[in-house]
Design a binder for this molecule. Structure first.
Ligand code: AMP
Ligand code: MG
Length: 489
C-alpha cells in the first residue's frame, strides 16, 4: 500500500505536537472503505480487506508515516481549557493529490496519546458509523467538511455508560489546525511559534495571501469569510453541529467533529440535540453567533501578530471581526433565495422567507420535506397538496403560497428553471437521526452492516430525484423521533 506522503506538520515547533504511534488492536475488521476518496488522494489501495483493516486500524503503519498527536487548547461550552490536544486521534501523515492539494490522514480512536487525560484513546463503533455517514453526507450536500476514508471495527470493547464495540475512523482534512491550536500557542506566550503556525496555515490553506502586506490580518479575514459561508451552509440544510467548541472550529473552514451533531426534522431555531448542551448554547439558531464568538477567540490569539501596539492590533481585529455579519448575511440570504426558487434578488424576498420559516416553526413542519416539496409546487398550484399537508394550519400556507407564486412569476427563467434551482439546493435525503440510530443498532445488536451501506448509498446523491430512495426521505414517525444525541466519547 502506497501513500504519497509529504509530511510538514512535524517540522513545526515541537511544542505543537507529540510523536506517538497508534496502539495495535486485537482483531481489526473493515466496515467501510471510501475507494473514490482514496483514488482522489492518490493512495494505491490493495484489494485485500484484511490489509486495509490492518492499515486503517493503526496496526500497520504505511511507509513514510510520521505519526503524531496535535496539541491544542479550547473553549468548551465557554470555559477555557489550556491543554486539550488529540487524546485519541493520531495524524499518520499528509498526502498531496494530483492537483497538489495537501490533506491530513488521521486515525481517530487509535489509542492513548500524551493528551488523553482520563480518556482511553478509543472510539466506540456507533460514533464512528455516525461520523462516517454524516461527514460523507455533508460532502455530497456540497458543504465543506472533513471526509471519511475508512471505518474499521477493532474487535475490542470500549467502556462508556455501557460496554460497546470499538472502532477506528480514518478522517481526511485539508488540515486539523483549529482555533484552539492558535489559542494554545498564544497562551504559551511564544510569539515566534505563533508566527510559525500562522505562516504555516497561510501557506497551506490560504496560499494566495502568502506574499501580501498585513498578511495576518488578511488571514484572519479569510478564515472569517470561510466560516461565515460555512455556517450559512449549515443553516440552509438544517445542520446542528452540537459542539461548536473552539477546538472544533477549523482554520480551513471545514465542518469538523461529528459528535452529537444532528439534522433538524421539524423546524425550530431553538432545537438542541446534544445531551450535554443543557443551556442550548449550540442550538440551531445560535450557530452564527457562536461562530463569531469562536472567531473572536482566534482574533485574540492573533493579536501579537496584527500590529506593533496592542491598541492598534485590537482595532484591526475588531475591523476584521466586523466583516463576519455582512458576510454571513449575504451568504445566508443568497442561499435562502435559491431555496425559494429566486435567481434574481428582490427587496422583499427575506420577508417572504421569514414568514415561511415562521409557519414551519408554528406548525412543527419538517424542514427538509417542506423545501423539497415546495420545489414540486413550483410548477403550479396543482402540486401544492403535498407541501400543504405538512402544515397543520393550511390557510396560513395558502396565503403565503399565493404571495410566493406572485413573486416566482417575476423570475425570467420560468417555473421549470425555478424548480431546477430549488432541487439543486433543497436536498431530498439528509442523514436523519432516526435512520442513523437504526443502522447503528443493527450493527451493534445483530452485526448487520447492510442497513449502514444502504443508508450510505441513499445519502450519496441527495439532490437528485431518485424514487428508489424515497424511504430515506421520510421523517421519523412520532415513536421514531430522536430527541437527544450523545458525544459518545
Ligand atoms: P471532542 O468532544 O471529540 O471534541 O473531544 C474533546 C477532547 O477530548 C479532545 O481533546 C479529545 O481528544 C478528547 N477525547 C475525547 N474522547 C477521548 C477518549 N476516548 N480518549 C482520550 N481523549 C478523548
Ligand atoms: Mg474535537
Amino acid at each position: 500500500m502506497q501513500f504519497p506522503f509529504d509530511n510538514t506538520y512535524v517540522q513545526l515547533p515541537e511544542s505543537l505536537f507529540s510523536r506517538v504511534r497508534p496502539t495495535p488492536v486485537k482483531a481489526p475488521r473493515l466496515i467501510a472503505f471510501n475507494r473514490g476518496l482514496a483514488e482522489t488522494l492518490g493512495i494505491a489501495v490493495p484489494d485485500d480487506e484484511a490489509d486495509l483493516a490492518e492499515i486503517f486500524s493503526g496496526n500497520r503503519l504505511p511507509q513514510g508515516a510520521e505519526p503524531l498527536a496535535m496539541a491544542y487548547s479550547g473553549h468548551q461550552f465557554g470555559q477555557f481549557v489550556p491543554l486539550l490536544g488529540d487524546g485519541r486521534a493520531i495524524l499518520v501523515g499528509e498526502v498531496r493529490d494530483a492537483a497538489g492539494q495537501r490533506y491530513d490522514i488521521q486515525l481517530k480512536g487509535a489509542g492513548l496519546t500524551p493528551y488523553s487525560r482520563r480518556g482511553d484513546g478509543r472510539s466506540a463503533l456507533g460514533p464512528v458509523m455516525r461520523e462516517y455517514l454524516v461527514s460523507e453526507a455533508m460532502a455530497a450536500l456540497q458543504i465543506p467538511t472533513t471526509r471519511a476514508l475508512a471505518a474499521v471495527a477493532t474487535g475490542e470493547t470500549v467502556v462508556r455508560e455501557r460496554f460497546l464495540p470499538g472502532a477506528v475512523m480514518t478522517r481526511v482534512a485539508l488540515s486539523h489546525i483549529r482555533v484552539g491550536t492558535f489559542q494554545y500557542v498564544a497562551t504559551s506566550g511564544d510569539v515566534a511559534a505563533l508566527k510559525r503556525l500562522a505562516d504555516y496555515a497561510i501557506e497551506r490553506l490560504y496560499p494566495q495571501l502568502a506574499g501580501s502586506e498585513a498578511r495576518y490580518e488578511r488571514f484572519l479575514e479569510a478564515v472569517i469569510a470561510r466560516q461565515a459561508s460555512l455556517v450559512a451552509r449549515w443553516m440552509h440544510i438544517g445542520f446542528v453541529h452540537g459542539v461548536m467548541n473552539t477546538d472544533n472550529s477549523s482554520i480551513s473552514g471545514e465542518t469538523i467533529d461529528f459528535g452529537p451533531c444532528a439534522f433538524l426534522d421539524a423546524y425550530h431555531p431553538g432545537t438542541v440535540f446534544s445531551s450535554i448542551d443543557e443551556m442550548g448554547r449550540y442550538a440551531f439558531g445560535n450557530q452564527p453567533r457562536i461562530m463569531l464568538w469562536n472567531l473572536t477567540r482566534l482574533a485574540e490569539a492573533l493579536i501579537p501578530l496584527l500590529a506593533e501596539t496592542q491598541e492598534a492590533a485590537i482595532a484591526k481585529a475588531e475591523a476584521s471581526l466586523a466583516t463576519f455579519k455582512p458576510a454571513f448575511e449575504a451568504a445566508f440570504e443568497a442561499g435562502v433565495r435559491a431555496k425559494l426558487g429566486f435567481a434574481t434578488p428582490e427587496p422583499d424576498d427575506m420577508a417572504l422567507a421569514t414568514e415561511f420559516y415562521r409557519l414551519m416553526a408554528a406548525g412543527t413542519v419538517d424542514f427538509t420535506l417542506a423545501f423539497r416539496r415546495l420545489a414540486d409546487a413550483a410548477l403550479g398550484e396543482l402540486a401544492d397538496a403535498s407541501v400543504r399537508q405538512l402544515f397543520a394550519a393550511a390557510e396560513g400556507f395558502d396565503l403565503w403560497a399565493m404571495r410566493w407564486r406572485e413573486r416566482l412569476a417575476h423570475e425570467s427563467g420560468g417555473s421549470e428553471a425555478a424548480q431546477a434551482l430549488m432541487r439543486s439546493v433543497n436536498p431530498a435525503v439528509i442523514p436523519r437521526n432516526h435512520r442513523i440510530e437504526a443502522v447503528i443498532k443493527a450493527a451493534i445488536k445483530a452485526g448487520d452492516f447492510d442497513p449502514f451501506h444502504r443508508l450510505a448509498a441513499a445519502l450519496a446523491d441527495p439532490y437528485s430525484v431518485r424514487p428508489e430512495f424515497q424511504w430515506a426521505e421520510q421523517p421519523p414517525k412520532p415513536d421514531e423521533r430522536v430527541l437527544q444525541t450523545f458525544c459518545g466519547t
